[in-house]
Write a protein that binds this ligand. Structure first.
Ligand code: MG
Length: 255
């Protein structure tokens, strides 16, 4: 079932989204060569809890971290660790979710560590552009797969990037993962119609090489099959009568 949010729930989601945005701002400050992904995780968790929120990922199906920290060829679900030390030239995707009074915000960014190659700069730029191309299509009356998913797919194809097909976006609200699934490519059917009050996460994952991925022996970390780097950007977006509203950005918080 696709849920529609009440005004009150939307305000709570804006607050959850603001906290997620703050975590990402903090990550931009902290990500540099020599930092461990466990350190990032601990600081993210502290910020979330200091805002009277709960890290949505911690304990989700047993996931041990408050953030997913995925480095280079890791696509999503990287487990933060004290031995995972960032190096100059790496890229790191930080996916984070916060639950505020029962409502969830979820977003991801991929950040450069020190100086990265032009090839990687372009991968990050284009993956983020694909997210915004998808967001532009979050309009009441649009059918998701022939608009949002299509816009994301077209961006990857323009640059020849591999699209990760096994994972994608989702509805969100009182649960982190609600219907509908939001493909990063045209799956065939036009998909559900977007209606005011629906909230979805759009999250393109583009690879420099092939789009195919597998899960490592830790049962979490998803990596590219060819070992080439991957980027991931995500926002939580509300469908409104006046267009898309990004919830995972700074808003006035409600108590
Ligand atoms: Mg998500």
């Amino acid at each position: 079932m696709i849920t529609k949010k009440s005004r009150h729930e939307i305000n709570l989601m804006k607050t959850a989204g603001s906290i997620v945005a703050e975590v990402h701002e903090l990550m931009k400050e902290l990500v540099k060569p020599g930092v461990s992904t466990l350190e990032l995780d601990e600081k993210a968790e502290k910020l979330i809890r200091n805002n009277n929120a709960i890290p949505a990922f911690k304990g989700y199906h047993g996931f041990p971290g408050s953030i997913c920290a995925s480095v280079n060829e890791q696509v999503v679900h990287g487990i933060p660790g004290k031995d995972v030390i960032l190096k100059d030239g790496d890229i790191i995707s930080v996916d984070v979710g916060a639950i505020y009074k029962g409502l969830v915000g979820d977003a991801a960014i991929t950040l450069p560590v020190g100086e990265i190659t032009d090839e990687l700069k372009q991968l990050l730029k284009v993956t983020e552009e694909a997210l915004y191309a998808g967001i532009e299509q979050v309009l009441a009356g649009n059918r998701i797969y022939e608009t949002v998913s299509a816009a994301v797919e077209d961006k990857a194809n323009e640059y020849g990037y591999g699209i990760v097909r096994n994972y994608g976006g989702h509805g969100i609200g009182r649960n982190m993962h609600e219907e509908p699934f939001v493909y990063n490519f045209r799956p065939g059917p036009p998909g559900p119609e977007l209606k005011p009050g629906m909230a979805i996460c759009i999250e393109p994952m583009f690879n420099l090489g092939v789009g195919t991925v597998h899960t490592e022996s830790d049962k979490w970390t998803v990596v590219t099959d060819d070992g080439k780097p991957s980027a991931h950007f995500e926002h939580t977006i509300l469908v409104t009568d006046s267009g898309p509203l990004i919830l995972t950005q700074f808003h006035n918080k409600v108590k």
